[in-house]
Design a protein around this ligand. Sequence first.
Ligand SMILES: [Zn+2]
Length: 416
Amino acid sequence: MVTTLENMKTKTCNRQMKLFFLIFLMAFTFATWMGPWAQAQVFAKKDATSFYKKSYEEARFQFLESVQALQKSDGFKIQQQAYADPIDSQLTSNTALIQTKSAQPATNLIVVMSGLHGIEGYIGSALQSKMIEQDLDPKNSHTDYLFIHALNPYGFKNNRRVNRNNIDLNRNFIIDPKDYVQKNTAYAEINSFLNPTDTVTLNFLSRTGFIFSAVKLILQSSLETLREAILKGQYEFKDGLYYGGHDHQYQQIFIDQIASQTFTKYKKVFALDLHTGYGQRNKLHILADSMKQPSAKQLNAIFTEDRIDYGDKKKFYRTTGDLITYLQSKSTPTTEVIGATFEFGTLDSQKTLGSIESLRRMVLENQNFHHPANAETTESVDLLFQDMFYPQDLNFQTEVMAQAQTEFSKIVGQYK
Ligand SMILES: [Zn+2]
């Protein structure tokens, strides 16, 4: 019995050894076969949606990391700068001038800017990092890139669209100082509707009341007239929506510096400003000021005329003090500056109901900022506002990346 048992033990032991060896062999073969593939994954493209971050700090960190990674690659040389908010030095706008390493200096510059409207920086920043990591072509020696990250870091950090002075920076880049004292009478007439001074109440009744008042106003004029009156900007009500301020903000100083020191080294500059919130959901709208502006011909050649929503086309509106128009005014006889805005629609604001809902969220956020309600209401208001500018919807976020890549490649293609 003992011998048999010993034999059995030996047999079992042999069998275990064989099995162990077989598993080891399989694991070794698998690892050898997988090795190069696993390595390739380290350098493979990130999933586009991984570029979306949860805070201004995370977004800035990612931007700086993307730039640093590019610096290590062979194709580009990079100059970086940080412009601090004059009141809080922790808040910075960061720039990266990315130049191809060619013997002849490039003649074209593509500028990509994010976060002029603070909270819209989440998407703008994600797109910038994605472009830096995946969409630049070092072989195109005629074109350099300038990325400006978080133009309004205060707004980005605090999930506001405006800056700390309640100023809408895309109404603040005034060229003629007389525009700072212009009157928007149509806005003034509905100021109490746009900027209520009581605290926010969120319930069915208050929502219906807002919709009812908005519909009444639309019936009195038209959706287009009302939209233009509200959105074109105003320079009178400092706590109100779309307030353009009464003088330039600090951002204008460094934008001027960039224009005079960097733009002037190139023959052609294309400025792209990234925004969210306006227009059909899941759609990238390309906005430009006027069909009659000198750059319209070139913009049409890049994107086609149908693709561009000019402010003076039917159903659209023009604004005062926008950044792209300001930058275009920096053209000189030797440097031509043109540009456009990419706007990713979120709430179908081209339709009447979407337009009213967009306005309601804008009103609520601004009202609650100046006349804060309790914590619970504040949280609900903030969520509605964030959903308008940074929807946590995978389909939206994927579409943004794909459509931006398509349109951005048209700009890159034109400046070869
Ligand atoms: Zn915007």
